[in-house]
Design a protein. Sequence first.
Lengths: 139, 76
Amino acid sequence: MITKSPIDLNALIAAVAAPGHGGQASFVGVVRDEHEGKRVESVTYEAFEPLAEKVLNEIVAQAGANHGAKVVAAHRVGRLKVGEASVAIVAASPHRAEAFAACREVIEEIKKRVPVWKKEHYADGTESWLEGCKLAASH
Amino acid sequence: MTRVIELYGRLKESGERVELELPAGTTAAAALQLLGQKLGRGVEGAVLASESAVLGADEVIPESQRLAALPPVCGG
């Protein structure tokens, strides 16, 4: 899900818990205080929400199918301070390897495919949009 | 017809959205070229998307969905 609210990691963990799941893996991305030598105070995340929600759901479903895991993910939008969680993924599976693999797949795909951008706000009063991966056509 | 193109990421330096005159049958590549001319800046690396898909360069712009210009992404 794409959310304007702080991410509740415990709620994500609860969503994938099941008696047959002996392994749970989680990844949490947080706002870092430095980028290329500049002191970061906060980061604004924005998304093209209808498409971001759709692609994130596809990524989560695909990772779950690929690894036999139950997976959930949340990506925050809005202005976040250093240390706040911008993204969280939790995967659960009967054994740990599949949970780790599913978690890793989801974060790597998010970075390549979900229409989300971030603008860093620096301590010196400047700010900058960051760019990463060009999106590929859906078809 | 006049279409609204929503701008995201670095493209927001040119505003939240822009109106373009896009004749029926306009492809995504042609629309991006017109967008660059309208904004007076390069749109290299950007793609056009609807609410449900990233459009290929040769795809015709859909008539009934929101349209957005999306620069390279950096979520996470």
